[in-house]
Design a protein around this ligand. Structure first.
Ligand SMILES: NC(=O)c1ccc[n+]([C@@H]2O[C@H](COP(=O)([O-])OP(=O)(O)OC[C@H]3O[C@@H](n4cnc5c(N)ncnc54)[C@H](OP(=O)(O)O)[C@@H]3O)[C@@H](O)[C@H]2O)c1
Length: 307
């Protein structure tokens, strides 16, 4: 059950202006539900209209067309699968979007966000682009992190309403593309971690060791080794300053670790396609004489622009 104290605190004495939510997938449903719980008259539209049924029983208004949804509220929150879908749906509306505030929480690329901001300006709309760094079940909770980019005054005008969706709501900059750059960076960490987690379990599965059995040790490894190394402010500063010295474990030792994983994985018939580029970078940097540096030395090669 969600803790409502944070939401109640945010709502104290603030406006409960109407809002429209376009897109009722897993995330859009959570957004609309949270606006409703926060006391905002909420109009919803979704291609598959039946997804609004539950919200309608809770008091939401179901628009029968996108145009009707847009005209219902000055603030329109969009959460669709892609920017392409969003443009396909909204492009035909044109002048109906003028004087609306569009808050786009669809995930895409920074360039898509910037182009959409230009398009919104041509339509006469005010525009904020956001990136949700949370799952639907976290929407409305203090720890839900949502980034915004665009005019600061526009963000501030709608901040109480936006904070309802996530207590860790953060305005980044006037650049509409910045939230999605942060999003891509954090998602890169997610998919890297996810894939490596699955590769690890594929290795274990060859010896019939279940994910459940090793879970306590995975937890220990993450909490005491991986998370501290990736969240250490000194390590972040060192990366910013291109300082790669280490007194923990050097690149030569880490390269040997990679060599062992690659060799063993191949012996067990598990693809190493994602690992060999990492192994190659470590091998290159050791060959260049950086074996005594930390693993982070390969960052020099990763960030180098492609020819
Ligand atoms: N779920 C998460 O944990 C999460 C977290 C952060 C950010 N996000 C972002 O939030 C956005 C929505 O994600 P979601 O999880 O809600 O996805 P979802 O459950 O797959 O919902 C997709 C939404 O897009 C609509 N849609 C897709 N194609 C369409 C089309 N051709 N015409 C009209 N509507 C179309 C769907 O309508 P129908 O219902 O009719 O199919 C639905 O409303 C994505 O950009 C996602 O990256 C999601």
């Amino acid at each position: 059950m969600k803790d409502t104290s944070f939401r109640d605190a945010v709502m104290t004495g603030e406006d409960r202006s109407p809002v429209t939510v376009i897109g009722l997938g897993n995330m859009g449903l959570a957004l609309a539900d949270t606006f409703l719980k926060g006391g905002h008259p909420t109009t919803v539209w979704n291609r598959s209209a039946n997804k609004a049924d539950d919200l309608v029983t809770k008091g939401a208004a179901r628009a029968t067309s996108i145009a009707e949804a847009i005209s219902a509220s000055a603030v329109v929150v969009v959460c669709l699968s892609t920017y392409e879908v969003m443009h396909r749906l909204l492009a035909p509306l044109g002048h109906e979007l003028s004087d609306r505030v569009i808050i786009n929480l669809t995930t895409g690329t920074p360039e898509e966000a910037r182009k959409t901001a230009k398009w919104a300006a041509e339509c006469g709309s005010d525009y904020l682009d956001g990136a949700i760094m949370a799952i639907p079940q976290m929407i409305g909770l203090p720890e839900a992190l949502i980034f915004y980019g665009g005019p600061k005054a526009l963000f501030e005008a709608h901040e109480p309403m936006l904070k309802l969706l996530g207590g860790s709501t953060t305005y980044l900059s006037e650049d509409h593309g910045e939230p999605l750059l942060y999003d891509l960076a954090l998602l890169t960490m997610l998919y890297g971690a996810w894939y490596s987690y699955l590769h690890a379990h594929a290795l274990l599965s060859r010896a019939c060791i279940s994910a459940t059995k090793i879970l306590p040790y995975v937890t220990n490894w993450l909490n005491y080794v991986i998370v501290p190394s990736l969240t250490d402010p000194n390590a972040a500063r060192a990366l910013d300053e291109s300082i790669y010295a280490t007194d923990v474990s050097n690149l030569t030792i880490n390269k040997q670790g990679l060599d062992n994983i690659v060799r063993s994985s191949k012996e067990l018939g598990i693809s190493v396609d994602w690992l060999t580029p990492i192994q190659a970078l470590a091998t290159l940097k050791v060959a260049e004489g950086y074996g005594a540096d930390g693993f982070e030395r390969i960052f020099e090669a990763i960030k180098k622009p492609l020819a």
